[in-house]
Design a protein around this ligand. Structure first.
Ligand code: IMP
Ligand code: MG
Length: 176
């Protein structure tokens, strides 16, 4: 178990929240405040970003949740998606926005995007991520809205975990 004493701050709480507010403004302008939006949270990592983002959205918003896991208890993706809960209602004639903590290889978002397009009769679906590890990408997928680009190192906090812990931190850090 790594010790929180060895966790170095990468992005502090104020910087995270300010940037999420900016991203919400971008999303408000893109969709327009009169067009309803279904926000789909990928649990558990996206939970902090999802809540913070949703607070600043001005259009009528519906909230949906899925639970996916690709990492298991390691710092590297297992290369397989475990769909723990994929119960999304029909999204007929709706605009949906998938909200994810971090896009790494792209496997998770590639999987969910294809699933939603095939099964939910959605009008339009886009991707919002808090972090983009661009240099780690293996799948041909790009987020439509992204708050921060990060290097290919393992980060924790603000939803992101190390062995299930540290998701509750209000900042993001890395172990040296
Ligand atoms: P991908 O499927 O390879 O794009 O990986 C995405 C998922 O892996 C994210 O939803 C995270 O749960 C997890 N992940 C990727 N990088 C990190 C990291 O640096 N810290 C914690 N979790 C990560
Ligand atoms: Mg995740």
């Amino acid at each position: 178990m790594k010790d929180i004493k060895d966790l170095k701050v990468l992005i502090d709480s104020k910087t995270l929240n300010n940037r999420i507010k900016e991203l919400a403004d971008e999303i408000n302008s893109f969709y327009g405040v009169n067009n309803p939006l279904t926000l789909i949270c990928i649990l558990r990592g996206a939970v902090m970003f999802y809540v913070e983002l949703a607070k600043h959205l001005k259009m009528p918003v519906k909230m949906e949740f899925v639970t996916l896991s690709s990492y298991g208890n390691s710092e590297k993706s297992s290369g397989k998606i475990k769909a723990v809960n994929l119960a999304i209602p029909d999204l007929e004639n709706q605009n949906a926005l998938i909200v994810e903590d971090i896009i790494d290889t792209g496997l998770t978002l590639d999987f969910l995007l294809k699933f939603i397009k095939t099964n939910c009769k959605v009008q339009d679906v886009k991707l919002a991520v808090l972090f983009d590890k661009k240099c780690a990408r293996k799948y041909d997928i790009e987020p439509d809205f992204s708050a921060f680009e990060v290097d290919d190192k393992f980060i924790v906090g603000f939803g992101l975990d190390y062995n299930g812990f540290y998701r509750n931190l209000d900042y993001v850090g890395y172990f040296e």
